[in-house]
Design a binder for this molecule. Structure first.
Ligand code: MRU
Length: 355
């Protein structure tokens, strides 16, 4: 019988089948729903790099399975250490900002260290059951974030979100979209404003795809509409995800998030971030310490393979920006909604989680 691990969410971006990782290829959505089969770690790494699988928590789960795929076929006992180190380094090199990637690789290293004396087969088996736990834990974490976040929105609100922080970006119902859909099912959401999210259009392509399936009313807007919407009083709150949170509460998220936060501050619109504790990097004290991924200029000069800028020009493609803690009304985690001062509330949340 084929062994399968799948999410219970309406749709999920990844599943484990037999000995391979299958990924819903998000570069093709919404026009095509095709699954990629990753039999080698090079395929997993390439899929993460080109955003076939994306969103910090989903990248973490894919990397956890990637460690297992990297040990298939099994290396000899003599090759085991070197092979594992190569696989871990390759996966780590794919996306520098999303800390869930490093979080998964560091925990995978601990599993490896605990089993390496028992030999390659035992290591691989231990990594697989750990990766499945990372997968199912993310589903439960998303559910708990949704429960906590939904309580923020009593009356039906018009919420704005940026990029895609939904089921496609996680193993469960999503972070920001998980909160929005939990709030919607309790009557707390009237509609959602969806930023299209240049340059790769995660909002237009992915968040629209998800909200349509969830039956949540929404309108797609250009990124540059946010100020006009807020100045007309059309936005009651903002909920976004994050790729890395520093211990002082500064957050990195998709480029354009900072602009939304500044506008929200100007218009007294509460700005919330939804993210699991695995996105909080206890080795990163402030936003200035977060490495920001720079991607190929062609993502800006071209739109889906069609050149829109003149030949020979330069472009600068920062994939993320940093929003300072002072602009954030609350960070919604599986341990509750954290409030400023974040240094203190983050410490307490970890203490609760670690019992
Ligand atoms: O470049 P992407 O598409 O991986 O960026 C994703 C985001 O910025 C998300 O908001 C973030 O990862 C949180 S996902 C739950």
């Amino acid at each position: 019988m084929t062994e399968t691990t799948e999410s219970t969410a309406t749709f999920s971006p990844l599943r484990w089948r037999g000995a391979t990782l299958e990924l819903l290829d998000q570069t093709l959505l919404p026009s095509r729903e095709e699954w990629l089969t990753c039999d080698t770690v090079n395929e997993v790494a390439a899929a993460i790099y080109r955003l076939s699988v994306r969103g910090a928590p989903a990248i973490g789960v894919a990397a956890a399975y990637g460690l297992v795929v990297g040990l298939t076929p099994l290396p000899s006992a003599e090759q085991l250490d070197e092979r594992f180190a190569e696989v871990a380094e390759l996966l780590l090199s794919t996306r520098p900002t999303a800390v869930n990637l490093r979080w998964a690789i560091e925990r995978g290293r601990e599993v490896f260290a605990g089993q390496r004396k028992a030999g390659p087969a035992a290591v691989r088996e231990a990594l697989l059951s750990w990766a499945k736990r990372v997968h199912t834990d993310d589903i439960e974490t998303n559910r708990r974030m949704g429960e906590h976040g939904a309580q923020l929105f009593g009356d039906p609100q018009r919420l704005l979100t940026h990029c895609n922080a939904g089921a496609l970006a996680t193993a469960g119902i999503g972070t920001a979209i998980g909160v929005i859909s939990a709030a919607f099912s309790r009557g707390g959401v009237a509609m959602v404003w969806v930023d299209e999210t240049r340059p790769l259009l995660q909002g237009a392509r992915l968040t629209s795809w998800e909200l349509q399936r969830l039956g949540i009313p929404f309108k797609l807007v250009t990124d540059s509409s946010v100020g006009a919407l807020m100045s007309r009083g059309l936005v009651d709150g903002v909920v976004v995800g994050s790729d890395r949170i520093a211990t002082n509460g500064d957050i990195a998220n998709k480029i354009g998030t900072y602009t939304v936060a500044v506008l929200a501050d100007r218009h007294q619109v509460p700005f919330y971030v939804a993210a699991p504790l695995s996105t909080i990097d206890r080795q990163t004290p402030t936003g200035a310490d977060i490495p920001i991924e720079e991607r190929d200029a062609s993502e800006v000069t071209d739109v889906f393979g069609t050149r829109i800028a003149p030949a020979g020009i330069e472009a600068f493609n920062l994939a993320f920006d940093v929003t300072p803690a002072e602009l954030i009304a609350g960070i919604i985690t599986e341990e509750g909604v954290l409030r400023p001062p974040y240094g203190e509330s983050i410490r307490r949340a970890f203490a609760r989680a670690e019992g």
